[in-house]
Write a new protein. Structure first.
Length: 322
């Protein structure tokens, strides 16, 4: 029996070539590979995660001298017994294998799905892991940003947008000038969210003023409607370019602003989302209304953002009378 090799979750594997096991299994297997990864999965993040999961498993299987048609549930279970990833990672990888093997069954490469009956471990999340930024910290962050340069105006407008719309960083980064919409009575922001969803969020008065001041601060003629709303900066000049921000740019900007304000740098764009959800629920806003603002399909997801009365305090443990 071959020695068991621990399975790491981030091997350096190529992403564009098929595993040899798929190539050797014939044209139906190759067709299924392209169909699954290029045709069925539209979300690029899901595609990358599932491709990584399937590649890692198939490479591990090849080292054991097992062909594609010889993979059995016991082998899949053995693989996950050695898997070094966290419970969420293992659940994601098992989901990727199940979905991929389903396509192989549909294309008559396999008779049965060997991952279909493999049970994943139970894993329940009661509260999300994203750290919540307090109201006082969020206010301090905004007040720490002077409005001396165009990048300062942009950063303040961007952070206010994260707070007052509870939008995800990716949706904020994808905003265009045309998405700042006036309907005759009020302004709103039109976000393209996960899953191809489009949502309109009304813009409160102070955010409206900030966004209008930001647009007025842009040099040159009025930007075209399809221009990015939030633009990247040119190096360390503090001047804005015509290029859009990326998620990583927002992350770096927040880390820089938090550090300058003397606040913990572990906060992220999602921390504002958590703070907004918690604040509204604390004020008695119905859960379904907060769920709609956050764009969650399931109210259980919204509850993961709720940080009310869920902290174990020093006062609580001091009251243990043993």
């Amino acid at each position: 029996m071959k020695e068991l090799v621990p399975i790491h979750t981030s091997p350096a594997l190529p992403t564009r070539t098929m595993p040899m096991m798929i190539v050797e299994a014939g044209p139906h297997a190759r067709f299924a590979w392209d169909e699954f990864f290029e045709g069925q999965i539209r979300n690029p993040h899901t595609r990358a995660a599932y491709r990584h999961a399937v590649r890692t498993f198939l490479c591990w299987t090849e080292t054991r001298g097992v062909s594609l048609t010889q993979i059995e549930p016991g082998l899949v279970g053995l693989y996950f017994n050695q898997h070094l990833g966290s419970p969420p990672t293992r659940k994601l990888h098992l989901a990727g294998l199940r979905a991929f093997f389903d396509v192989l069954v549909n294309r008559h490469v396999l008779i049965l799905n060997p991952a279909a009956t493999v049970r994943g471990e139970r894993y329940s999340v009661v509260e999300g892991k994203t750290p919540e930024i307090s109201k006082e910290q969020a206010r301090a962050l905004l007040e720490s940003i002077g409005l001396m340069r165009p990048v300062d105006v942009r950063d303040r407008a961007l952070i206010q947008t994260l707070i007052y719309t509870a939008a995800r960083a990716g949706a904020v980064a994808g905003l265009r000038v045309r998405d700042f919409v006036w309907d005759g009575t009020q302004y709103s922001l039109r976000f393209a969210e996960k899953g191809g969803k489009s949502r309109n969020i009304p813009v409160r008065h102070d955010l409206e003023q900030t966004l209008r001041a930001y647009l007025a601060s842009l040099r040159g003629p009025s930007p075209p409607k399809d221009a990015p709303l939030f633009r990247s900066i040119a190096g360390r000049t503090g001047q804005l370019t015509d290029q859009p921000l990326r998620n990583i740019d927002i992350t770096r900007m927040l880390r820089r602003r938090l550090h300058a304000a003397g606040l913990p740098v572990q906060f992220s764009a999602h921390s504002f989302r958590v703070a907004t959800v918690t604040d509204l629920l604390t004020q008695g806003v119905p859960l379904e209304d907060v769920q709609h603002l956050a764009g969650h399909a399931d109210p259980r997801t919204t509850r993961l953002y709720d940080r009310r009365q869920k902290h174990v305090t020093r006062n609580m443990v001091e009251r243990i009378s043993i």
